[in-house]
Design a protein around this ligand. Sequence first.
Ligand SMILES: [Mg+2]
Length: 254
Amino acid sequence: MRLAVFTDLDGTLLDHDTYSYSAARPALEELKARGIPLILASSKTAAEIAPLHAELGLGDWPAIVENGADRIAPGALSEDAPEYEKLRAALAGMPEHAQHFKGFGDMNAAEVARVTGLPLANAALARKRRFTEPGLWSGSEGQQEAFLAALSQKGIHARKGGRFLTLSFGGTKAQQMAGILADLGCDRSIALGDAPNDIEMIEAATYGVIIRNNHGTGIPPLPGEQTGRIRRTTLPGPEGWNAAILDLLADLGL
Ligand SMILES: [Mg+2]
Protein backbone atom coordinates (compact mmCIF):
# COMPACT_ATOMS: atom_id res chain seq x y z
CA MET A 1 0.00 0.00 0.00
CA ARG A 2 1.25 3.49 -0.90
CA LEU A 3 -0.64 6.13 1.04
CA ALA A 4 -0.81 9.92 0.69
CA VAL A 5 -2.64 12.38 2.95
CA PHE A 6 -4.45 15.47 1.59
CA THR A 7 -5.50 18.18 3.97
CA ASP A 8 -7.37 21.46 3.98
CA LEU A 9 -5.70 24.16 6.11
CA ASP A 10 -7.99 26.69 7.84
CA GLY A 11 -10.20 24.98 10.43
CA THR A 12 -8.68 21.58 9.57
CA LEU A 13 -4.89 21.33 10.09
CA LEU A 14 -4.80 24.93 11.38
CA ASP A 15 -6.84 26.13 14.34
CA HIS A 16 -9.69 28.42 13.27
CA ASP A 17 -8.68 31.21 15.65
CA THR A 18 -4.91 30.92 16.22
CA TYR A 19 -3.85 29.38 12.84
CA SER A 20 -1.65 27.00 14.89
CA TYR A 21 -1.10 23.33 13.97
CA SER A 22 0.66 22.46 17.23
CA ALA A 23 -2.10 20.10 18.45
CA ALA A 24 -1.48 17.98 15.32
CA ARG A 25 2.27 17.54 15.96
CA PRO A 26 2.15 13.89 17.13
CA ALA A 27 0.32 12.78 13.97
CA LEU A 28 2.51 14.98 11.73
CA GLU A 29 5.56 13.24 13.19
CA GLU A 30 4.08 9.78 12.65
CA LEU A 31 3.45 10.61 8.97
CA LYS A 32 6.99 11.95 8.56
CA ALA A 33 8.50 8.87 10.27
CA ARG A 34 6.69 6.65 7.73
CA GLY A 35 7.56 8.82 4.71
CA ILE A 36 3.86 9.32 3.93
CA PRO A 37 3.37 12.40 1.69
CA LEU A 38 1.32 15.22 3.23
CA ILE A 39 -0.31 17.37 0.56
CA LEU A 40 -1.65 20.78 1.60
CA ALA A 41 -4.87 21.64 -0.27
CA SER A 42 -6.29 25.11 0.27
CA SER A 43 -8.04 28.11 -1.20
CA LYS A 44 -4.87 30.05 -0.37
CA THR A 45 -2.39 31.21 -3.01
CA ALA A 46 0.99 29.56 -3.61
CA ALA A 47 2.66 32.60 -2.02
CA GLU A 48 0.59 32.12 1.14
CA ILE A 49 1.14 28.35 1.34
CA ALA A 50 4.92 28.34 0.71
CA PRO A 51 6.03 29.51 4.23
CA LEU A 52 3.85 26.87 5.98
CA HIS A 53 5.00 24.17 3.53
CA ALA A 54 8.62 25.01 4.41
CA GLU A 55 7.93 25.16 8.16
CA LEU A 56 6.31 21.70 8.04
CA GLY A 57 9.37 20.34 6.20
CA LEU A 58 7.33 19.00 3.28
CA GLY A 59 10.28 19.12 0.89
CA ASP A 60 9.38 18.46 -2.74
CA TRP A 61 5.81 17.34 -2.13
CA PRO A 62 3.35 19.35 -4.21
CA ALA A 63 0.51 21.48 -2.85
CA ILE A 64 -2.99 22.24 -4.17
CA VAL A 65 -3.61 25.98 -4.31
CA GLU A 66 -6.45 28.42 -5.00
CA ASN A 67 -9.13 25.82 -4.24
CA GLY A 68 -7.92 23.29 -6.79
CA ALA A 69 -7.18 25.63 -9.69
CA ASP A 70 -3.63 24.23 -9.82
CA ARG A 71 -1.02 22.12 -8.09
CA ILE A 72 2.39 23.59 -7.48
CA ALA A 73 5.89 22.48 -6.57
CA PRO A 74 6.74 24.89 -3.74
CA GLY A 75 10.45 24.81 -4.62
CA ALA A 76 9.71 26.30 -8.04
CA LEU A 77 7.23 29.10 -7.44
CA SER A 78 6.23 31.00 -10.54
CA GLU A 79 4.90 34.54 -10.67
CA ASP A 80 3.31 33.97 -14.10
CA ALA A 81 -0.44 34.44 -13.91
CA PRO A 82 -1.92 34.12 -17.40
CA GLU A 83 -5.26 32.74 -16.10
CA TYR A 84 -5.59 35.50 -13.51
CA GLU A 85 -4.79 38.11 -16.14
CA LYS A 86 -7.46 36.59 -18.40
CA LEU A 87 -9.98 36.78 -15.55
CA ARG A 88 -9.16 40.43 -14.86
CA ALA A 89 -9.36 41.25 -18.58
CA ALA A 90 -12.76 39.55 -18.83
CA LEU A 91 -14.06 41.64 -15.91
CA ALA A 92 -12.70 44.81 -17.50
CA GLY A 93 -14.54 43.85 -20.70
CA MET A 94 -17.95 43.74 -18.99
CA PRO A 95 -18.14 46.94 -16.91
CA GLU A 96 -21.99 46.88 -16.87
CA HIS A 97 -22.04 43.50 -15.15
CA ALA A 98 -18.84 43.82 -13.10
CA GLN A 99 -19.57 47.18 -11.49
CA HIS A 100 -20.95 45.48 -8.37
CA PHE A 101 -18.05 43.00 -8.09
CA LYS A 102 -15.02 44.16 -6.13
CA GLY A 103 -12.19 41.63 -6.54
CA PHE A 104 -8.90 41.37 -4.64
CA GLY A 105 -7.37 42.93 -7.76
CA ASP A 106 -9.52 46.04 -7.16
CA MET A 107 -8.33 46.31 -3.54
CA ASN A 108 -4.98 47.17 -1.99
CA ALA A 109 -3.44 44.96 0.71
CA ALA A 110 -5.00 47.02 3.53
CA GLU A 111 -8.50 46.51 2.07
CA VAL A 112 -7.89 42.77 1.61
CA ALA A 113 -6.71 42.62 5.24
CA ARG A 114 -9.93 44.35 6.32
CA VAL A 115 -12.33 42.10 4.37
CA THR A 116 -10.54 38.83 5.19
CA GLY A 117 -9.34 39.52 8.73
CA LEU A 118 -5.80 38.51 7.69
CA PRO A 119 -2.73 40.37 9.01
CA LEU A 120 -1.45 42.92 6.47
CA ALA A 121 1.61 40.86 5.40
CA ASN A 122 -0.57 37.80 4.75
CA ALA A 123 -3.11 39.92 2.88
CA ALA A 124 -0.32 41.03 0.53
CA LEU A 125 0.46 37.33 -0.17
CA ALA A 126 -3.25 36.62 -0.68
CA ARG A 127 -3.24 39.24 -3.45
CA LYS A 128 -0.51 37.29 -5.34
CA ARG A 129 -3.13 35.42 -7.28
CA ARG A 130 -2.44 33.28 -10.35
CA PHE A 131 -5.70 31.46 -11.10
CA THR A 132 -8.76 32.67 -9.19
CA GLU A 133 -10.34 35.99 -8.21
CA PRO A 134 -12.34 36.24 -4.97
CA GLY A 135 -14.46 39.33 -4.52
CA LEU A 136 -17.37 40.96 -2.73
CA TRP A 137 -20.73 41.32 -4.43
CA SER A 138 -22.73 44.48 -3.72
CA GLY A 139 -25.50 44.21 -6.33
CA SER A 140 -28.89 42.49 -6.27
CA GLU A 141 -29.56 38.76 -6.76
CA GLY A 142 -30.88 39.46 -10.26
CA GLN A 143 -27.79 41.46 -11.22
CA GLN A 144 -25.64 38.62 -9.91
CA GLU A 145 -27.48 36.12 -12.10
CA ALA A 146 -26.82 38.28 -15.16
CA PHE A 147 -23.17 38.63 -14.11
CA LEU A 148 -22.76 34.86 -13.70
CA ALA A 149 -24.41 34.23 -17.09
CA ALA A 150 -22.03 36.70 -18.79
CA LEU A 151 -19.04 35.06 -17.07
CA SER A 152 -20.17 31.59 -18.06
CA GLN A 153 -20.17 32.62 -21.75
CA LYS A 154 -16.45 33.27 -21.32
CA GLY A 155 -15.87 29.88 -19.64
CA ILE A 156 -15.57 31.42 -16.18
CA HIS A 157 -17.05 29.58 -13.18
CA ALA A 158 -18.18 31.28 -9.99
CA ARG A 159 -18.24 29.62 -6.59
CA LYS A 160 -20.10 31.19 -3.69
CA GLY A 161 -18.31 30.80 -0.36
CA GLY A 162 -19.10 32.27 3.03
CA ARG A 163 -18.23 35.85 2.17
CA PHE A 164 -16.70 35.82 -1.28
CA LEU A 165 -17.76 35.05 -4.80
CA THR A 166 -14.70 33.37 -6.34
CA LEU A 167 -14.17 33.31 -10.11
CA SER A 168 -12.03 30.75 -11.94
CA PHE A 169 -11.62 28.74 -15.12
CA GLY A 170 -12.37 25.57 -13.11
CA GLY A 171 -10.48 22.82 -11.31
CA THR A 172 -11.29 21.25 -7.95
CA LYS A 173 -9.26 19.92 -5.06
CA ALA A 174 -10.49 16.42 -6.00
CA GLN A 175 -9.23 16.72 -9.61
CA GLN A 176 -5.80 17.85 -8.41
CA MET A 177 -5.75 15.05 -5.85
CA ALA A 178 -6.20 12.45 -8.62
CA GLY A 179 -3.29 13.93 -10.59
CA ILE A 180 -0.99 14.01 -7.57
CA LEU A 181 -1.81 10.40 -6.57
CA ALA A 182 -0.86 9.32 -10.10
CA ASP A 183 2.36 11.40 -10.04
CA LEU A 184 3.41 9.99 -6.65
CA GLY A 185 2.41 6.41 -7.54
CA CYS A 186 0.08 6.19 -4.52
CA ASP A 187 -2.92 3.83 -4.46
CA ARG A 188 -4.59 4.93 -1.19
CA SER A 189 -5.51 8.35 0.07
CA ILE A 190 -6.79 10.07 3.18
CA ALA A 191 -8.47 13.47 2.76
CA LEU A 192 -9.39 15.78 5.64
CA GLY A 193 -11.53 18.93 5.55
CA ASP A 194 -14.07 20.98 7.48
CA ALA A 195 -16.16 22.88 4.91
CA PRO A 196 -18.38 22.33 1.84
CA ASN A 197 -15.51 23.08 -0.57
CA ASP A 198 -13.74 19.97 0.80
CA ILE A 199 -16.62 17.55 0.13
CA GLU A 200 -15.46 16.45 -3.36
CA MET A 201 -11.97 15.67 -2.02
CA ILE A 202 -13.33 13.78 1.02
CA GLU A 203 -15.68 11.73 -1.19
CA ALA A 204 -12.96 10.96 -3.75
CA ALA A 205 -10.43 9.73 -1.16
CA THR A 206 -10.07 6.11 -0.04
CA TYR A 207 -10.67 7.34 3.54
CA GLY A 208 -12.37 10.66 4.24
CA VAL A 209 -12.28 12.64 7.46
CA ILE A 210 -14.76 15.40 8.30
CA ILE A 211 -13.21 17.70 10.87
CA ARG A 212 -15.62 19.19 13.40
CA ASN A 213 -16.33 22.82 12.50
CA ASN A 214 -17.62 25.05 15.30
CA HIS A 215 -17.59 28.24 13.24
CA GLY A 216 -19.30 27.72 9.88
CA THR A 217 -21.82 25.66 7.98
CA GLY A 218 -19.60 22.59 8.20
CA ILE A 219 -20.23 19.47 6.13
CA PRO A 220 -23.68 17.81 6.01
CA PRO A 221 -23.98 14.01 6.51
CA LEU A 222 -22.31 12.16 3.60
CA PRO A 223 -23.27 8.66 2.38
CA GLY A 224 -19.77 7.29 3.11
CA GLU A 225 -20.27 7.91 6.82
CA GLN A 226 -22.70 4.97 6.99
CA THR A 227 -20.18 2.49 5.60
CA GLY A 228 -17.34 3.83 7.75
CA ARG A 229 -15.32 4.97 4.73
CA ILE A 230 -15.80 8.53 5.94
CA ARG A 231 -15.41 9.39 9.62
CA ARG A 232 -16.23 12.52 11.56
CA THR A 233 -14.09 13.87 14.41
CA THR A 234 -15.50 14.88 17.77
CA LEU A 235 -12.72 17.44 18.29
CA PRO A 236 -12.33 20.52 16.06
CA GLY A 237 -9.33 21.64 13.96
CA PRO A 238 -5.85 20.24 14.65
CA GLU A 239 -7.00 18.30 17.74
CA GLY A 240 -9.46 16.36 15.59
CA TRP A 241 -6.86 16.05 12.80
CA ASN A 242 -4.35 14.50 15.20
CA ALA A 243 -6.80 11.95 16.60
CA ALA A 244 -8.14 10.98 13.15
CA ILE A 245 -4.70 10.40 11.59
CA LEU A 246 -3.42 8.39 14.56
CA ASP A 247 -6.60 6.24 14.53
CA LEU A 248 -6.43 5.67 10.75
CA LEU A 249 -2.74 4.70 10.85
CA ALA A 250 -3.56 2.18 13.60
CA ASP A 251 -6.60 0.83 11.70
CA LEU A 252 -4.51 0.40 8.53
CA GLY A 253 -1.83 -1.46 10.47
CA LEU A 254 0.74 1.25 9.79
MG1 LIG B 1 -11.29 24.92 5.97
